[in-house]
Design a protein around this ligand. Structure first.
Ligand code: DP6
Length: 366
């Protein structure tokens, strides 16, 4: 618990607020991310059972603003609005998060907060917003520490702490604070990797994977039958748990190899294996559920058929829902757009899909 210990020690200096810092406002835009190696299963304190790898998106993001006003007594005051409306379920998640974060940032206890959050993607698009919204809020809190106390001292420590705090809000959020390929979770062959926070992979990868695009094909906007947190819990006594965690580690190792060597076939094999294994875990769990629908399967079939016929690099992944993330290279955009329009849009709810791509990471707005 290297980072936890350090941040707890640092917290001893983060309680006494100066009178000049009575109020202020901060705002961050933070993107969602799509995992190629999936995090599914956790231990206490939001620690992952296996390492995961994702890339951060561009157009799918949350914007969160945090206004703070000094109150002085030790009770948390939060006024939360999501897309200008109250949202009790989200508010309660935010309050729990702030309480957890206050262990590392005790000044939180001395302020009233007005928090406003909104997403670039439609609320009911079925895209998980916890990664983008929790990372945006965590970034605001670390910016607040920087304003009030002048720490963390450098950019690297700033984003490390933001990733650590994001993880406490939602595991996948830890990966959203970086751009490029990001790993969260300890892997023996990845230097600096940690269960406590995510790291950006800085090595040179094949240019083939430099400008990945992600067409998010929305097959359903309905509420999920089983939430991600319930899904993670079902991994606890899952008959295949140990095998799955081993598989994810091996897949990560091989995916890194594919990224380095530019092996597209290996990339495709691993990415699809991860997506389908994630959903296989759900089906084989005690609840025996699936989040996939008929159109998810039709799209997957079409993608595989198209790849075979056109010998083009396209593949898919899935997150915890029925929407398909179609991955391809930017230079094929024209061809793939036509494919989507002609053959895939018919399976999307109201023809809805999002033209996204690998992005540049979070941006400070105020
Ligand atoms: C399938 O990060 O949403 O998208 O930590 O409980 O908030 P919590 O779960 P969450 O789980 C994401 C699961 C996934 C795979 C992934 O993003 O790695």
């Amino acid at each position: 618990m290297k980072f936890e210990e350090k941040y707890k020690k640092d917290a001893l200096k983060l309680g006494q607020v100066k009178l000049s810092d009575r109020q202020g406002a901060i705002s961050w835009r933070s993107p969602s991310n799509i995992a190629l190696i999936k995090y599914w299963g956790k231990r206490q304190n939001q620690l992952p059972q296996n390492p995961s790898l994702s890339f951060t998106l561009d157009k799918s993001f949350s914007e969160t603003s945090l206004e703070y006003r000094y109150r002085g007594n030790k009770e948390l005051g939060v006024d939360f609005k999501f897309e200008k409306q109250t949202n009790p379920a989200f508010e309660s998640r935010i309050k729990t998060f702030l309480k957890t974060a206050s262990e590392f940032l005790p000044f939180i206890n001395y302020y009233d907060f007005k928090i406003e959050s909104s997403n670039s993607f439609p609320h009911s698009s079925g895209i998980a917003s916890s990664a983008s919204s929790m990372s945006a809020l965590a970034l605001c809190l670390v910016s607040m520490e920087l304003k009030l106390f002048g720490t963390p001292k450098d950019e690297k420590s700033f984003f490390q702490k933001a990733s650590f705090l994001s993880r406490l809000g939602s595991g996948s959020a830890s990966r959203s604070v970086f751009n490029g390929f990001v790993v969260w979770g300890k892997h023996k062959n990845i230097q600096g990797s940690s269960d406590e926070l995510a790291i950006r992979l800085n090595q040179q990868f094949s240019p083939k994977f430099n400008s990945l695009k992600d067409a998010i094909l929305i097959t359903s906007t309905g509420k999920k039958k089983v939430s991600s947190s319930a899904g993670h819990q079902l991994m606890e006594n899952h008959p295949f748990a140990a095998i799955r965690f081993r598989q994810a580690k091996d897949n990560l190792q091989n995916l890194l190899e594919a990224l380095k060597t530019g092996d597209e076939q290996m990339f495709i094999r691993i990415v699809e294996n991860e997506a389908l294994s994630l959903h296989a875990m759900m089906m084989a769990s005690a609840e025996g559920f699936t989040l996939l629908n008929e159109n998810t399967w039709k799209i997957i079939y079409k993608i595989r058929q198209y790849r075979k016929e056109h010998k083009v690099f396209i593949t898919f992944t899935l997150d915890a829902g029925p929407n398909v993330h179609l991955l391809y290279q930017a230079k094929q955009e024209k061809q793939i757009f036509q494919f989507i329009q002609k053959e895939l849009m018919q399976f999307c709810e109201k023809g809805h899909w999002i033209d996204d791509k690998a992005g540049r990471g979070p941006i400070k707005l105020i």
